[in-house]
Design a protein around this ligand. Structure first.
Ligand code: G1P
Length: 911
């Protein structure tokens, strides 16, 4: 494809602020504006994009990415200049669009930061300029604010007649193609002193209509707080017969369609059409207008926002509060390396997990699915980053999340909006993702390592219960929704087990749930949602490896628990003891049948309820059981899944398809390899060091491609593999079929770092960064997108689990600052080029709730592998530390003496 020339964004501040000139020359750009109250907006360089607080409360019409260029329903602000020229300050007029390709006509620049967005539009010929700043204040209000500043950059005086025009959709996203017209009949519209408020009578749903109390308002004033002089609340009046939102007759013909405050109308599509008084702007003069787009519980609440926000001083004040709020939030982790642009780019990556906490996996233009909320695996992986950024509430969050696990090791997949709220799946048989059981352990392990709170393992929690049993292979006829969503014991009491027990059941059930090649069954899919068509015979070797390393790590954690708590026994559900076969009658692990038999017995024992009885087991025996199982898997994988192809490359096979055929290796249609198959074998130590080297060679050969910014998820299978999953229906190089899928690529980088392959790990991460920064190809603002497609474009920006993993990788691997049961471990894996000119690299982060600033001093300019930690000085005092496997370990007791409020300076001398 011929590449359009374009400017690239550049950073203009230290907190990720950037500027993109000619922003209107790129399509599909969007930027999020949000707050913790759940206001979720998205804006484009032409102020397109929607605003909502949930699936059912969209103030502006919901947009999918194609709508950004395809619909006219955007935020708009019109000027009639000297009764002659019609100009849209947002660029959304038919005339401007027609002239758009002549760069001389209008210059459009976007500047943005945390979390504000400014578009500057300058038309020298007309002598007019607009600067529109948008943000969502960081407080409890669900309101988006805009300041529209108009400047006369010409030489003569100008009379301007300004009109804000913001179409109010005011209903559920579902109504876009479900009674769009009928739902406009529900609209009750009022003009108030400051603007227009729509309060639909009902929230329309043919399964049961409900009285609606949500109101939507567009309010405005000029910079001094003077309210509009007229209101046009009905779309058809505003556009006029034959007009449209980009050439509305109300503006173009200067029609008198405006009414006064106090008017009530009903039953039409509405618009926040606010006419402001005419103003004479002398040359060089400017005038500002403040617009608020609000979602509120009732008209009065919306009205009250007018007082709070509608004048320039208030706007400026809230804007600076907003910047300070977000800067403080993301500056909980900061990096300073030899590449300031990278450090700045990481600010956006750091913000992304917070955005995903707010938006879920829906509500940005590419994320046009789901109804808000996140999936199970996202819930856990997003916590990885939150542990670093917002550690305060994470213990509760984790504890609550465990209530979603079923006693058969599967979990609820419909996650409610409150922490710990899981909703029963009413489908008879629902899908089970086999990877789901592996994430809680990873996150919990990180939590315990960072905090030292090993007692968390013994905390009690309920189990989730619905009609799904036998890992959703059967239905529990005895369960009724009225029984509630908590597992009961035989007496009808709510059953609770420890957190450890929850994680055990997730791992042990899967250990026995194997396919014909004795790897864990793929079930409904694994991490890759697109591998969803191999339910019967598919196997995920990739995730079998992750579970294996989890089992081994869990065994270590148990031994630590025994030592720290001075205990040697703990309690688990009586039924579960069956799964600890080495404590009873050891099953022949080579026999798939024997494994199934035991699993069947376990499932039979906990169909509707559990007994409620607990048995005591020895921690040593339990740890040993897990170890035996983990080691068996590792041997099995090394023996059976390591492949060598005709070209002499070697790597791990990751999957079996629904015909029971191995996926990877040589194939008449071309070599088949997946990245996922390599990531977890490397991460968990299934691959030996020599195997890692071979995998890297194979991945570099088959998967690496600069066109997509690094390592593809798979090679081109050139086949619609309906015996494996829908992803083979996607064009190659897109999304889960062979794109550079950031989440897995970053995990690949992480795995390489974990194994000490720093140069290789750096290359993985850096190639993603380099690509994203190459704006002419990636066409995204700073940050990491979900994937890079075949043309090199970044898609599904902002909401992606890869951001959590990238942040985690930078902190715990690249800068090597991590916990080990509360001890602080320092093990930098920075390459020479990552240090600055003075030989320093610096990370500021929280550890055990204490702010620490770690400065690595590499004065001798040594390369990774050449340097060791020689000395550590904390707050000007040299301290004792232990060196283990290149890592310096600083004891928990010493960390506990550090300040909780003041920054603790940790100088680490490398030599
Ligand atoms: C998305 C989903 C994630 C899933 C992945 C692959 O990735 O959110 O749960 O595992 O696709 O199918 P993400 O958005 O995290 O980049």
């Amino acid at each position: 494809m011929a590449e359009e020339r374009c400017k690239a964004w550049e950073f203009i501040g230290k907190n990720g602020e950037f500027r993109l000139e000619e922003a209107d020359k790129s399509s599909y750009l969007y930027f999020p504006l949000s707050n913790e109250a759940g206001m979720m907006s998205v804006v484009t360089p032409k102020l397109h994009g929607d605003i909502k607080t949930s699936q059912n409360t969209f103030a502006l019409m919901p947009v999918s990415v194609e709508d950004l260029h395809n619909t006219k329903s955007a935020r708009n602000f019109w000027l009639n200049i000297d009764d002659e020229i019609i100009w849209s300050a947002t660029g959304n007029s038919a005339q401007q669009i027609a002239l758009h390709f002549n760069p001389e006509d209008e210059k459009v620049t976007v500047e943005a930061g945390l979390l504000w967005h400014k578009v500057i539009r300058e038309n020298e010929k007309l002598g007019i300029k607009s600067e529109i700043t948008s943000f969502v204040p960081a407080n409890d209000d669900t309101v988006e604010l805009m300041e529209v500043k108009i400047t006369n950059i010409g030489e003569k005086d100008k009379k301007i007649t300004p009109t804000a025009a913001i179409p109010i959709y005011g209903r559920s996203a579902d109504n876009l193609r479900d009674h769009r017209h009928v739902t406009s009949l529900l609209h009750r519209i009022k003009t108030i002193d400051s603007g227009i408020v729509v309060n639909p009578t009902l929230s329309f749903d043919e399964r049961g209509h409900q009285i609606n109390d949500v109101s939507y308002g567009v309010l405005g004033s000029n910079q001094n707080g003077e309210r509009p002089v007229g209101f046009c609340p009905i779309v058809e009046d505003f556009i006029g017969e034959g007009g449209n939102l980009e050439w509305p007759k109300a503006i173009v013909k200067n029609l008198d369609v405006y009414c006064q405050a106090g008017k009530e109308l009903e039953g039409f599509e509405s618009i926040g059409g606010l006419r402001f008084k005419d103003t004479i702007l002398k040359a060089g003069e400017e005038e500002s207008y403040i617009i608020a787009i609000a979602i509120g519980e009732n008209v009065d609440i919306v009205d009250s926002l007018a007082e709070k926000y509608l004048n320039k001083d208030l706007f400026d004040n809230y804007l600076s509060q907003n910047r300070a709020y977000w800067e403080e939030k993301i500056n909980k982790v900061q990096f300073k390396s030899g590449n300031p642009d990278y450090d700045n780019w990481m600010k956006w990556v750091t913000l992304q997990p917070i955005l995903r906490r707010i938006y879920g996996c829906s509500f940005l233009p590419h994320h046009d699915y789901g109804r808000g909320g996140r999936g199970w695996r996202d819930l856990w992986q997003d916590c990885l980053a939150l542990l670093l950024m917002e550690p305060e509430g994470v213990r509760d969050l984790l504890l609550n999340n465990f209530a979603g696990i079923r006693i058969d090791g599967s979990n609820a997949t419909i996650i409610g909006s409150k922490p710990g709220e899981f909703i029963a799946d009413r489908n008879n048989i629902s899908r089970v993702w086999m990877d789901h059981g592996s994430w809680p352990f990873l996150t919990t392990k990180l939590y315990i390592d960072q905090s030292g709170d090993i007692d968390f393992l013994l905390e009690g929690q309920t189990y989730f219960k619905d009609a799904q049993i036998y890992r959703s292979k059967r239905n529990d006829e005895n369960w009724e929704p009225e029984d509630g969503n908590k597992l009961l014991d035989r007496e009808g009491n709510i059953y609770k087990g420890s957190i450890l027990e929850h994680m055990l059941v997730q791992h042990l059930t899967l250990f026995f749930n194997v396919g014909e090649h004795n790897n864990f069954k793929l079930e409904g899919a694994d991490w890759n949602d697109g591998l969803d068509m191999a339910e019967e015979r598919g196997e995920s070797v990739a995730f079998t490896a992750l579970y294996a390393s989890n089992l081994l790590e869990m065994a270590n954690l148990l031994r630590e628990l025994a030592e720290r708590r001075e205990i040697n026994k703990l309690e688990i559900a009586r039924e579960m003891k069956l799964l600890l076969d080495t404590l009873n009658n050891k099953v022949d692990y080579d026999s798939v049948e024997a494994k199934h038999k035991l699993l069947g017995q376990y499932f039979d024992s906990c169909v509707s309820r559990v007994s409620g009885d607990k048995v005591e087991i020895s921690i040593e025996e339990l740890a040993n059981d897990l170890k035996v199982k983990g080691n068996w898997i590792i041997d099995h994988l090394r023996k059976n899944e390591w492949i060598k192809n005709n070209e002499g490359y070697e790597w791990f096979n990751g999957y079996y398809d629904n015909d029971g055929k191995r996926l990877e290796g040589d194939h008449p249609l071309g070599t088949r390899m997946t990245l996922t198959g390599q990531v977890f074998t490397i991460m968990g130590g299934v691959a030996t060091d020599e195997q890692v080297e071979k995998i890297v060679k194979a991945a570099d050969h088959y998967l690496k491609d600069d066109i997509v910014g690094g390592y593809r998820l798979n090679t081109n299978f050139k086949e619609l593999k309906t015996n494996l999953g829908r992803l083979f229906g996607f064009a190659f190089g897109h999304k889960e079929n062979g794109a550079m899928f950031s989440h897995m690529a970053v995990m690949y980088g992480n795995a390489l770092y974990q194994r000490g392959f720093a140069k290789e790990g750096y290359e993985v991460i850096n190639s993603i960064y380099r690509h994203c920064k190459e704006f002419k190809t990636s066409r995204i603002y700073p940050g990491i997108p979900e994937y890079i497609n075949q043309r090199g474009r970044g898609l599904y920006h902002y909401l992606t689990g890869s951001a959590s993993w990238l942040l985690l990788t930078e902190v715990t691997q690249v800068y090597g600052v991590r916990g080990e049961l509360g001890n602080l471990v320092l093990n930098p894996k920075l390459l020479k080029k990552q240090f600055d000119n003075e030989g320093n690299a610096n990370i500021y982060t929280l550890f055990a709730n204490r702010p620490i600033n770690v400065i690595y001093k590499n004065q001798k300019e040594l390369e990774f592998g050449e340097y060791n930690i020689i000395d550590i000085i904390i707050n000007d005092e040299e301290i004792n530390f232990e060196i283990k496997d290149q890592s310096a370990i600083i004891k928990k007791e010493l960390i506990e003496r550090l300040s909780l409020d003041d920054v603790n300076e940790i100088e680490v001398i490398l030599g």
